[in-house]
Design a protein around this ligand. Structure first.
Ligand code: ADP
Ligand code: MG
Length: 630
């Protein structure tokens, strides 16, 4: 093919790929234009996640009838005129490409009226072709409607996910623009149903509460700092509230949402020691600085910017947060918010329950120690005591089938078992352990370093990773039940409303069937709240909300639409890992016994679901050889 110039239509289509990746990017660009036009009211409605239609109505300054064709031409803008303006940008847009790009990949109708105009005017743009300008009745402001997005780029359309997922992205884009622009009344509708309504006057915290739920808003700490002409202010979440991802870190620079690695890092540093490994802080920070201190023209969607002095900004942010955390009694808040937050309350309830079980277990085991001390002749009595008490604790822990199965080796001083240890998850294996010693597994086991179990077997010595083994057992049990369609769901007496982010809520509802297969039942409750009405009975001891959040985090971590079976398997791993006892959990002898009794379930595979081994075997021959006995 000889070299030739591409048609303008094709150029726009190629450029559109950079700006318009999915319905959410259209929503973003149209909302930015409305904010730039000085609107005080912006209403967004989309249908089918924006794939069918997107409509943005504003009451801003409007576009004059004769300028309508220019507005949709590429590189046409009213916002800058010379190169120097690039360093004085105080609008959200300035490239003059958005409308042209959107018009290249969808059917767009643009109607607008300026305060001076006698009437409104409308223009239609399909596949880059403009219609005539026709007068129309309209209030001052602009209405942009985009239908059948990507109708002429089927490949891109194919890459898009379901409408619920696309809507999740739409509402995220909406939130990024609406959060900082508190001077504007925003609303968002999906398929004709109101999703968010953000009136003016409530302030920033109120807006955060409406977007992310009251529970989070009640656990935010105000921070602020002014150094020369750079001012930072906003909210950082109490460490009791965190995520496994950094998508809840909102930075706004002069009213524009941005992502910045250095700032995220500073945030992480400020929370260092306050969050457990793998958890990410939540924060909403606005930054104001003169436009000449930052280059916003380095990224097609302006998501990233370049700061003139990023080092200084980093230090300012870190110092601001550290100073605040030092003067805030974070611990006291953890306790007081335990009452406020259903999440924490569940955890507290759980801990109390565990404590109680522990105490019963200790009493019971003491009884057995006594009977053991009285010699083998007293064994019957001992097991009777055990048998009777074991009923009380059977909800939480598996009792051994026979007291005599315990060797003195296991009877370490139980009183030293810290009540904080979380033994509860083991209970999830309890119900199924009925067949008890069928595995006849060597009940002689020693727990070392609170993480390994050393056992003697026919072959030699086996060292078991307690977490890996338990995780594997739970995984196998869950898998069996799921494939038999027999995951027992425990219905919640009072369904629990769970506040989620828009994306999480969308993912929860979109994957309702999948969740049901796992025994997790959710229903829509309006807005970003879902109603949790049931959870897997075998996981009775992890707070149900935690199960839901863990599963949603896993779903959202998927980059592309995963195969349903892969996703299900992934979720089983997530749940198993979450529910399994941890390295560092001290185990009672009964728990060790319960764990070993179920080893047969994972027989043949010495690997935990993540591929780590669950056990290492040292054969007698090997030991003999090493000790130079042979
Ligand atoms: P940019 O926002 O980068 O200038 P766009 O393609 O998004 O480029 O918009 C082109 C021009 O159309 C804008 O500069 C503005 O003058 C006008 N325009 C677009 N949307 C609106 C709106 N909602 N209200 C008023 N003017 C608008
Ligand atoms: Mg624009």
């Amino acid at each position: 093919m000889p070299i030739h110039r591409l048609s303008q239509g094709l150029v726009n289509k190629i450029a559109a790929g950079e700006v318009v990746g999915r319905p959410a990017s259209v929503v973003k660009e149209l909302m930015e234009n409305a904010v730039d036009a000085g609107a005080t009211r912006i209403d967004v409605s989309v249908s089918q996640g924006g794939l069918d239609s997107i409509r943005v109505v504003d009451n801003g300054g409007g576009i004059a009838a004769d300028e309508l064709p220019l507005a949709v031409a590429s590189h046409a803008t009213s916002k800058i005129s010379e190169a120097d303006d690039l360093f004085r940008v105080d609008t959200l847009g300035f490239r003059g490409e958005a409308l042209a790009s959107i018009a290249a990949v969808g059917r767009m109708t643009l109607s607008s009226r300026t305060p001076e105009g006698q009437s409104g005017a409308e223009i239609e743009c399909v596949g880059g072709e403009l219609s005539e300008i026709v007068p129309c009745g309209a209030p001052v402001g602009t209405i942009v409607e985009v239908r059948d997005l990507f109708y002429n780029t089927p490949v891109r359309r194919k890459f898009l996910r379901t409408s619920a997922t696309e809507f999740g992205h739409v509402s995220e884009a909406f939130t990024r623009i609406a959060l900082p622009a508190t001077q504007v009344h925003f609303s968002l509708r999906h398929n004709d149903k109101p999703v968010l309504d953000l009136p003016v006057g409530g302030g920033w915290l109120e807006r955060i509460a409406l977007c992310f739920g009251r529970e989070l808003a009640e656990n935010l700490i105000w921070v602020e700092s002014v150094e020369d002409d750079v001012s930072l202010s906003g909210y950082a979440a109490h460490p009791s509230h965190s995520r496994s991802h950094n998508r809840m870190q909102y930075f706004f620079l002069n009213g524009r949402y941005i992502r910045d690695r250095a700032l995220q890092h500073a945030l992480g540093e400020a929370y260092r020691g306050l969050l457990t490994v793998g958890r990410q802080p939540i924060a909403f920070i606005t930054m104001r600085m003169p436009p000449e201190l930052v280059d916003v023209n380095v990224h097609p969607t302006k998501l990233e910017v370049r700061f003139l002095d990023s080092g200084r900004l980093y230090s300012q942010l870190l110092a601001m947060l550290r100073a605040k955390f030092l003067t805030t009694d974070l611990h006291a808040r953890i306790q007081s918010c335990g009452e406020a937050s259903s999440d924490d309350a569940a955890a507290a309830h759980d801990a109390a329950h565990t404590d109680q079980l522990r105490q019963q277990l200790v009493d019971w085991a003491k009884g057995k120690v006594a009977s053991w001390d009285q010699g083998p002749g007293a064994r019957d009595q001992g097991s009777e005591v055990g048998g009777q008490r074991s009923e009380d604790i059977s909800r939480g822990l598996t009792a051994p089938g026979e007291a005599g199965a315990f060797s003195p080796l296991q009877l370490r001083p139980l009183d030293r078992v810290s009540p904080a240890d979380n033994a509860a998850p083991l209970s999830s294996t309890a119900g199924q352990a009925g067949s008890a010693t069928q595995a006849g597994s060597s009940a002689r086991a020693l727990q070392v370093h609170d993480r390994y179990l050393v056992t003697e077997s026919e072959e030699g010595v086996t060292i078991i990773d307690q977490h890996a083994l338990h995780e594997r057992i739970l995984y196998e049990q869950l898998k069996q039940r799921v494939s038999a369609g027999a995951v027992e769901t425990q219905n919640l007496l009072v369904p629990e409303p769970v506040d989620l982010s828009p994306t999480e809520a969308a993912a929860a509802l979109e994957n309702r069937d999948l969740l049901a297969q796992l025994g997790v039942r959710v229903e829509s409750f309006g807005g970003d709240t879902v109603l949790l009405s049931g959870y897997p009975a075998m996981l009775a001891n992890i707070p149900p909300v935690e199960v839901l959040r863990a599963v949603l985090e896993r779903i959202l971590a998927e980059v592309k639409q995963p195969d349903r079976r892969d996703l299900l398997d992934d979720l089983l791993h997530t749940i198993a890992c979450k529910a399994a006892i941890k390295a560092g959990d001290r185990l009672a002898p009964e728990e060790i016994a319960a764990l070993l009794e179920q080893r047969h379930l994972v027989e043949g595979s010495h690997h935990c679901p993540h591929g780590r081994p669950t056990a290492l075997v040292f054969t007698r021959e090997e030991l003999d050889k090493r000790f130079k006995r042979v």
